[in-house]
Design a protein around this ligand. Structure first.
Ligand code: NAP
Length: 467
């Protein structure tokens, strides 16, 4: 006789796909209550866990990465297993997961980038910032990417926190970088960097800039780079001024203070110069004789009120900015999952508070959930995923209580382990990761670095085999 779902003998079997913050926080919520017995298998296509904490958070922001201690605690739960290096779609399919789990939660993030949609965007030396970030963080799929750091002048399109990370890494001295866990290949390349000028380009005004105050303030504290803002670009237009006057948000006033401070500050003659520009949009990347980017044509914008938001509108005024390397940092974008609906325009899986819903009828797709950026789009900080994961997990428990779950024919925990290992012989367990983690940290000790990452997949196997 089958036991009630969510009990010792018949636990709620959950597969979480993706091991970044959104996956771990959903797991935490599922495991911390005790009226439904839950057993979780977490899959990641990469050999190491933590998603964007390992491959997105900048290497000079170690404090943010300490959140992994929370994830370690979650992973110690006896009802939790990690299967690294298992790609859902390649090694196992969604349909097969449905035969083994009552619920499947996708926490796959936003794995690609948005485009600017302008001529010249695909010229050599024009890249998505997401690729540069993955490269300097040692993401195994990006180790062999090349960025021409013989460029003297670089433009970063966008003024969000990712653009700030990219600007900071380009402006840091080799000594500053050598104290971080930046990938060795990136450290070497950045040591030889010839970059002198870096521009961050905001299409709207300073008040609308997406970066947060601590992040932009840090740009004023770089050892090897002066920061400047053009005084005329930090002057608010009447609409923005009215918005600021009407707002009781002190962070906006603080932001303006920081930026005005930058505009008034005399340059100190540091080797690099970082310029924050506002109210400009790239309209074309222009090639030089070698076929790669040589300059960027910018149009000046004015702000107009549109649907409750101040939006940029191109003026007749253009300028050419000589740059030989471009990173577009205009947002991440989710990718579709085979077998699930997808909202093309928003780049997310359609859902209601985390329950996946059919694109047309909006009815829930039984047993399917989302958490994090694939659910709400690429916004917020790591901590935002705690609430987000809890919201999804809360609905998963609610559905478990009413038995609105899948009916897996093979939910057996041990059989499932054998099945995964038959599909992928090189599985990385959480125990394996803990060994790798210790090895990486000990490799960093002698040079005063938090860790020296294993980046390539074959390096990971060798390290695990030799340990
Ligand atoms: P973001 O904050 O959404 O910023 C995107 C930027 O791109 C905005 O300045 C946006 O301008 C601009 N943009 C979009 N389309 C554009 C176009 N066609 N032309 C020119 N500019 C364009 O995204 P993000 O920087 O990728 O960051 C993603 C999330 O991760 C954010 O929530 C961020 O705060 C977070 N994050 C946090 C940290 C940290 O806490 N240290 C570090 C990295 C990332 P508009 O505002 O005009 O649209």
């Amino acid at each position: 006789m089958s036991q009630e779902l969510g009990t010792e003998g018949n636990p709620l079997r959950v597969a979480i796909v993706g091991s970044g913050p959104a996956g771990f926080y959903a797991a935490e919520y599922l495991l911390k209550q005790d009226d439904v017995r839950v057993s979780i298998d977490m899959f990641d296509r990469l050999p190491t866990p933590f998603g964007l904490v390992r491959f997105g958070v900048a290497p000079d922001h170690q404090k943010i990465k300490s959140v992994t201690r929370v994830f370690d605690r979650i992973a110690k739960n006896e009802s939790f297993r990690f299967y690294g290096n298992v790609d859902v779609g390649e090694h196992i399919t969604l349909e097969e997961l449905g035969q083994r789990y009552h619920q499947i939660c996708f926490a796959t993030g936003a794995q690609t980038d948005r485009r600017m949609g302008i001529p010249g965007e695909d010229l050599p030396r024009s890249h998505p910032a997401t690729e540069f970030v993955a490269w300097f963080n040692g993401h195994p799929d990006y180790c062999d990417y090349e960025f021409d750091l013989s460029a003297e002048s670089v433009a970063i399109v966008g003024v969000g926190n990712v653009a700030v990370d990219v600007a900071r890494i380009l402006c840091r001295t080799p000594e500053e970088l050598a104290k971080t866990d930046i990938a060795d290949h990136a450290l070497e390349a950045l040591r030889e960097s010839k970059v002198k000028e870096v521009y961050m380009l905001g299409r709207r005004g300073p008040l609308q800039a997406a970066f947060t105050n601590p992040e932009v303030r840090e740009l004023g504290e770089l050892e090897g780079a002066d920061v400047r803002v053009l005084p005329e670009e930090v002057e608010l237009d009447p609409l923005s001024q009215a918005e600021l006057d009407a707002s009781d948000d002190d962070t906006l006033r603080k932001k303006m203070e920081i930026l005005r401070g930058f505009s008034e500050r005399p340059l100190q003659g540091k080797p690099r110069l970082l310029t924050l520009r506002f109210l400009v949009s790239p309209i074309e990347l222009v090639a030089g004789e070698d076929g790669g980017v040589r300059s960027m044509r910018l149009v000046r914008n004015v702000l107009v009120a549109d649907k409750g938001r101040l939006q940029p509108q191109a003026s007749a005024h253009t300028e050419d900015l000589p740059v030989d390397l471009v990173f577009r940092s205009v947002g991440y974008r989710g990718v579709p999952i085979d077998g699930l609906p997808f909202h093309e325009r928003w780049g997310v899986i359609p859902n209601e508070a985390g329950r996946v819903v059919d694109s047309e009828s909006s009815t829930p797709v039984r047993g399917m959930y989302v958490s994090g950026w694939i659910k709400r789009g690429p916004s917020g900080v790591i901590g935002t995923n705690k609430k987000d994961g809890a919201e999804t997990a809360g609905l998963m428990l609610e559905d478990a209580r009413t038995s609105a779950v899948l009916s897996p024919s093979q939910p057996d925990v041990a059989a499932c382990d054998a099945w995964v290992r038959a599909r992928q012989t090189q599985v990385v367990t959480y125990g394996d990761w803990s060994r790798l983690d210790a090895l990486e940290q000990s490799r960093g000790e002698s040079s005063g670095r938090p860790r020296v990452k294993f980046t390539r997949r074959d390096e990971v196997w060798r390290a695990l085999a030799d340990d």
